[in-house]
Design a protein around this ligand. Structure first.
Ligand SMILES: [Zn+2]
Length: 280
């Protein structure tokens, strides 16, 4: 350990600066999107079985909703541009822009060089939760996904129904693609309904039993044509175990809605940055 300098307290006392002020972002016009959504009709639904994943598609200007059914259950969500799956959800930048956990009014952004909103959260029945005394919040973009590689590292065992594997199998089946190829497209998730945070004293990633109850839901407006995959995590409510068959698990319902988008709405546009990176 290094001895603290004499002015350590003064250095620590410097107030933080918000890196990406939210007021600088374009207005997501949640009211317009919600009003349009109220007129939409359900066009598809898929029930994601426990310890497994399923894909779904949403046209640009449509919406999708994830609902807890039967018992508290956490879901791991991947999203791609359905027309080009190399453009996918960028959990890191979404976190930097909106914070560790997302809720109504926040957007899910795509990777560079696209860097545009792919979905906007228009409803979240767990928005009352906020942050608890441990620093836990709901719908995080700080975890990655449970996976068999970390499982092997920590336990020495192989468990085949982690979210990473579930998402890989689902995408491979949807795109009729070899598993190894599909796996390369699986990415850091939005942890739907999961309650997580970092411990205040040691900064460690923690989870705790999700406050989600059957009937809770989160609804997304599709700013691009979307291909989604949702895994019903083997951790169930993620209150104790994951990466095993121990926890009680329940299905998750995904519903897709379509209708006339709000007036003036258009699919989001790719970042206008020219990609020259200073080279003339
Ligand atoms: Zn999982």
């Amino acid at each position: 350990m290094t001895d603290a300098p004499p002015d350590a307290d003064a250095r620590r006392a410097i107030p933080p600066v918000i890196v990406y002020p939210p007021e600088a972002l374009p207005d997501p016009r949640i009211g317009d999107r919600l009003a349009a959504f109220d007129t939409y009709e359900k066009t598809a639904e898929v029930l994601v079985p426990p310890r497994d994943a399923r894909c779904f598609r949403v046209p640009a200007g449509g919406a999708f909703r994830i609902t807890s059914v039967e018992a508290p259950q956490v879901g791991d969500l991947n999203l791609w541009n359905a027309d080009d799956i190399s453009e996918r959800f960028f959990s890191g930048k979404t976190r930097a822009i909106h914070g560790t956990h997302v809720t109504t009014g926040d957007r899910l952004w795509t990777v560079l060089p696209h860097m545009r909103p792919m979905a906007t959260i228009i409803e979240d029945t767990l928005d009352w939760y906020g942050f608890d005394e441990f620093g836990g919040g709901i719908h995080d973009v700080i975890g990655t996904r449970c996976d068999p590689y970390t499982g092997r590292l920590l336990s020495g065992d192989d468990y085949h129904y982690c979210c990473h594997s579930n998402l890989t199998r689902a995408l491979a089946a949807e795109l009729d693609m070899p598993l190894a190829e599909a796996e390369r497209h699986v990415h850091d998730v939005l942890n739907v309904f999961m309650c997580t945070g970092f411990t205040r004293d040691t900064g460690q990633y923690f989870m705790k039993a999700s406050p989600v109850r059957p009937g809770d839901q989160i609804t997304f407006f599709a700013e691009l044509p979307l291909l989604g995959a949702l895994s019903a995590c083997p951790g169930g409510d993620c209150g104790a175990d994951h990466s095993s068959d121990v926890a009680r698990c329940a299905p998750l319902l995904v519903e897709v809605f379509e209708g006339t988008p709000p007036e003036g709405w258009a699919p989001s546009e790719r970042s206008p940055y020219p990609g020259t990176h200073g080279v003339v």
